[in-house]
Design a binder for this molecule. Structure first.
Ligand SMILES: CC(C)(COP(=O)(O)OP(=O)(O)OC[C@H]1O[C@@H](n2cnc3c(N)ncnc32)[C@H](O)[C@@H]1OP(=O)(O)O)[C@@H](O)C(=O)NCCC(=O)NCCS
Length: 224
């Protein structure tokens, strides 16, 4: 097996993770920790894992006091998949996530993770529960993918704005649109996550009334 991934892990899981990787000939193990406790992180460091990013989760109630979208959004249709992929390629080039932080992973493959994820969110049923688009003069400038984690919780797995259109409130409109979309479907809460270094994204969320919930480390361990 070339690569494996485990989420919500703690220091207590390290021996089992290493044993699994040895048994399955895993080359690269990517883990996300259950929390950001230093003691847990040190256990991963001692086992040869390297820190790749720190993820922060924010959330807010989906209530009657939601921010208003300043841009008109529309739902994506299958036909939009190539344009959404092209936009994601621009928005997520050299992104600051755990793939790009690993110098052993080819840059084009790292960029491709987000391009493929965005495209499949539109084109493949079940990857997302919905995708909203922002356009200017008929050109796609932003997208946001939507997922219902449960009957009460919505999550935005991915969103992005074309670099040439950033800083003009489109990101804020996408998050406002996501909140409205979840309210229409009866969700009571929305959560979203990003790297702690993604200041623009966290600024958008704070402006939209989100507050921090939790933090998690991403570690990679190569076995060759
Ligand atoms: C995050 C992103 C979607 C925001 O979109 P946007 O259209 O630029 O967002 P907005 O214009 O609504 O707001 C951006 C805010 O961040 C601020 N900001 C941007 N870069 C910043 C920086 N480096 N430091 C501090 N603040 C910054 C802007 O000033 C603005 O704040 P304001 O409300 O005080 O004006 C966009 O930057 C993007 O696509 N980034 C690359 C992909 C990405 O990170 N996606 C999100 C993954 S969770």
């Amino acid at each position: 097996m070339a690569a494996a991934r485990a989420d919500g892990v703690t220091a207590a899981d390290v021996p089992a993770l290493l044993a699994f990787c040895a048994a399955e000939s895993v080359r690269l193990l990517m883990v996300r920790t259950a929390d950001a406790a230093p003691a847990g992180a040190q256990a991963f460091e001692e086992a040869g894992f390297r820190l790749m990013d720190t993820l922060v989760y924010y959330g807010r109630p989906v209530d009657d006091c939601l921010p208003a979208a300043q841009h008109t959004l529309r739902p994506a249709v299958l036909f939009d998949a190539p344009s959404v992929a092209a936009l994601a390629a621009e928005a997520f080039r050299d992104y600051g996530g755990h793939y790009h932080a690993d110098s052993r992973l080819p840059r084009d493959l790292c960029d491709g993770v987000y391009v493929s994820w965005a495209e499949r969110s539109v084109a493949v049923a079940g990857v997302a529960d919905g995708v909203l688009l922002a356009e200017e003069a008929g050109k796609l400038v932003g997208f946001v993918t939507l997922r219902l984690n449960s009957a009460t919780e919505g999550e935005v797995p991915l969103y992005g704005v074309h670099p040439a259109a950033q800083g003009r409130g489109i990101g804020r409109s996408l998050i406002a649109g996501a909140l409205a979309w979840f309210r229409e479907r009866g969700a009571a809460r929305m959560v979203i996550s990003t790297q702690v270094t993604n200041i623009a994204s966290q600024t958008v969320w704070i402006r939209c009334g989100f507050t921090p919930i939790s933090a998690h480390y991403s570690f990679h361990r190569w076995f060759d």
